[in-house]
Design a protein. Structure first.
Length: 146
């Protein structure tokens, strides 16, 4: 078994496993990529593809007190970004980098996008930097960090 503390906290590891993740989990991203390209013109990049192959399709019904903020539900379904090209376009323009949909949080109040360098941003009407990597984003989402 992979050592969780090298990637994220033990709590994050526990919650991920309860949601259906395992260290060797791999799902195909081809259908998501095809749908998002055809409907909105999104072009997947390697970091988003690798992240979604490992975590895509997982859903988390979190609530309650987190470390810094209330924990909230989120899903790692890139199709949450379908038909939201204008939001991702605005987010990409504001950050100066192309963001690919990787999911949503707070019941679609915020969308999650991954840059080509693997960093994660969240936004809707405004965008903010969220994490340096997908692993860090998962740890923050699950633990309740800002």
């Amino acid at each position: 078994m992979e050592d969780a503390t090298e990637r994220w906290s033990a709590e994050t590891d526990r919650v991920l496993r309860e949601a259906g993740w395992s260290p060797h989990r791999r799902v195909s991203t081809e259908e998501w990529e095809r749908i998002l390209k055809e409907s909105d013109g999104f072009e997947a990049h390697e970091k988003a593809r690798a992240f979604l192959a490992e975590f895509g399709g997982l859903e988390f019904e979190l609530s309650g007190k987190g470390v810094a903020v209330e924990r909230m539900p989120f899903s790692l379904n890139p199709l949450e970004g379908q038909w939201e090209a204008d939001i991702y376009e605005d987010m990409s323009e504001e950050t100066g980098t192309s963001l690919y949909p990787i999911g949503e949080m707070a019941r679609r109040h915020l969308f999650l996008g991954m840059a080509e360098d693997g960093s994660v941003y969240r936004g809707r009407d405004a965008v903010d930097f969220f994490a340096d990597s997908g692993d860090q984003a998962l740890d923050k989402l699950i633990s309740g960090y800002r």
